[in-house]
Design a protein around this ligand. Structure first.
Ligand SMILES: NC(=O)C1=CN([C@@H]2O[C@H](COP(=O)(O)OP(=O)(O)OC[C@H]3O[C@@H](n4cnc5c(N)ncnc54)[C@H](O)[C@@H]3O)[C@@H](O)[C@H]2O)C=CC1
Ligand SMILES: O=C(CO)[C@H](O)[C@H](O)COP(=O)(O)O
Length: 299
């Protein structure tokens, strides 16, 4: 198969590498020329613009967008629009708001797949977990690409119609916020409690057989190993928040109580007052662990 990939940052580049590795051909574009040159060196065919990428793909285009959510997705779709028709397929693998994806699916001539992507840059070696919404035929057609980008055939599935992939990913991120918050609180109590504990050792011990073992807990272990028992200069400031905000807004609309997820989001907002809470400093460092997001540091 031949796949066009637009957006070659932390995530898009992994899509390119994994699809190439599986033996497919890849045409790439990014507004950053160096990213295009780097991907070309890895074996992809470079394009000089989105129109050029579409032209290089010929008929029955399969295109994966991995650009930041919001305006960049609409900008890319606007540029693609003159080249698309109903036997083409566009995948949005970013963290788009699900209602935007429904709108885009309705207004794009191509079949549109909204694909929630989990695993982060740090998960590249294993492959991602992909939650896909949109037409069944388009999902079926792209199974070889999803097999390559995901952990394998079990790492992806069609969730339902347009919007459902990004909806499931939105809720996934709400869960992610709450898990990070609860690990943060537990370690904050241990850090300030009765015993002088080695927190890397605690995390390691928990990761070996404990009920609460998980990848996020492995990333806690990594954070203590790399930053030190007191998290060094990691600041009490947790960035991000859009996907958690959408989750809470949706829960309010559906009248579903999700107090833990709401409280985790509130903690992030509270962190912007910078009063030095350990739990939030750990949450911030974990965002680097899985997503390679910048860690604000104490000055
Ligand atoms: N980093 C993470 O842990 C995860 C990120 N995501 C989502 O994946 C998407 C991409 O994220 P990252 O790769 O982390 O971001 P990134 O900032 O590392 O890369 C984005 C890339 O898109 C390019 N770009 C921006 N506008 C463009 C346009 N109009 N045309 C072509 N290229 C354009 C940028 O130059 C950059 O190379 C986002 O929606 C993000 O929320 C999803 C799951 C995990
Ligand atoms: O989707 C992700 C992980 O699953 C991304 O890392 C995302 O950026 C995290 O969300 P936020 O920026 O709101 O913390």
């Amino acid at each position: 198969m031949e796949l066009g990939v637009i957006g070659l940052g932390r995530m898009g580049r992994i899509v390119v590498d994994r699809v190439l590795e599986a033996g497919h051909e890849v045409v790439v574009f990014d507004i950053d020329e160096k990213s295009v040159a780097d991907a070309a060196e890895a074996g992809a065919q470079p394009a000089s613009s989105i129109a050029d990428l579409a032209a290089k793909l010929g008929s029955e285009k399969r295109i994966w967008l991995m650009v930041p959510a919001g305006d960049p997705v609409d900008a890319a779709l606007d540029e693609l629009a003159p080249s698309l028709d109903d036997d083409d397929i566009v995948v949005d693998g970013g963290n788009s708001y699900f209602e935007d994806s429904v709108r885009r699916a309705e207004s794009t001539d191509a079949a549109y797949l909204d694909c929630g992507t989990s695993g982060g840059p740090a998960g590249a070696e294993l492959g991602f977990s992909l939650m896909v919404g949109g037409p069944q035929w388009a999902y079926d057609e792209l199974v070889p690409v999803f097999d390559a980008v995901a952990t394998g055939p079990d790492g992806h599935d069609r969730m339902g119609p347009a919007g459902s992939g990004h909806y499931v990913k939105m809720v996934h991120n709400g869960v992610e916020y709450a898990l990070m918050q609860t690990y943060g609180e537990g370690f904050e109590l241990l850090a300030n409690g009765r015993y002088d504990l080695d927190l890397e050792s605690v995390a390691n011990t928990w990761n070996n057989g404990a009920v609460i073992r998980s990848w996020l807990l492995e990333l806690c272990e990594e954070a203590f190993r790399e930053e030190g028992n007191d998290l060094g200069d990691v600041a009490d400031r947790v960035e991000g928040g859009s996907t958690g905000t959408w989750t809470v807004q949706e829960a309010l609309e559906q009248e579903v109580p999700i107090p833990l997820i709401y409280q985790s989001l509130a903690e992030r907002f509270g962190s912007r007052a910078d009063d030095g809470r350990f739990s939030r400093r750990l949450a911030s460092r974990l965002r680097y662990g899985f997503g390679r997001h910048d860690v604000p540091r104490r000055t």
